[in-house]
Design a protein around this ligand. Structure first.
Ligand SMILES: [Cu+2]
Length: 122
């Protein structure tokens, strides 16, 4: 089962104001916090980058929305879903099982990419 950790602090920022520190604040420690730094996928100009992204089983991927409009990163098979990500928001998904996870933005279904999860090293 994949786990999704949303940032603990939902900082509301006035529209138009430059987001500096708040956008990349780490979530507060919690049982679901990733053990190591997440690989970051940026959502910008209606694209995911890197596209695709390759990780090892057990790694976390943080999806960060850099666009001024909302997006999601939602698995085609529904195995994970960041839910709505407004500008500057992020969500972290931990991939525990190897496989290829196709995902899209539920608001703009032409936005597609995939997370390739390789078996854990060892
Ligand atoms: Cu979108």
């Amino acid at each position: 089962m994949l786990k999704i950790a949303l940032p603990a602090a939902l900082v509301s920022v006035a529209l138009g104001l430059a987001v500096v520190a708040a956008a990349h604040a780490d979530p507060a420690p919690s049982p679901t916090a990733p053990a190591k730094p997440a690989i970051v996928v940026h959502i910008a100009q209606f694209k995911y980058a890197p596209d695709p992204v390759t990780v090892n089983a057990g790694d976390s991927v943080r999806f960060v929305n850099d666009d001024p409009i909302a997006h999601t990163a939602t698995a085609v098979d529904k195995s994970f879903d960041t839910g709505n990500l407004d500008q500057g928001k992020s969500a972290t998904v931990t991939f525990s099982k190897a496989g290829t996870y196709d995902y899209l933005c539920t608001y703009h279904t032409y936005m597609t990419s995939k997370v390739i999860v390789k078996p854990a090293a060892q």
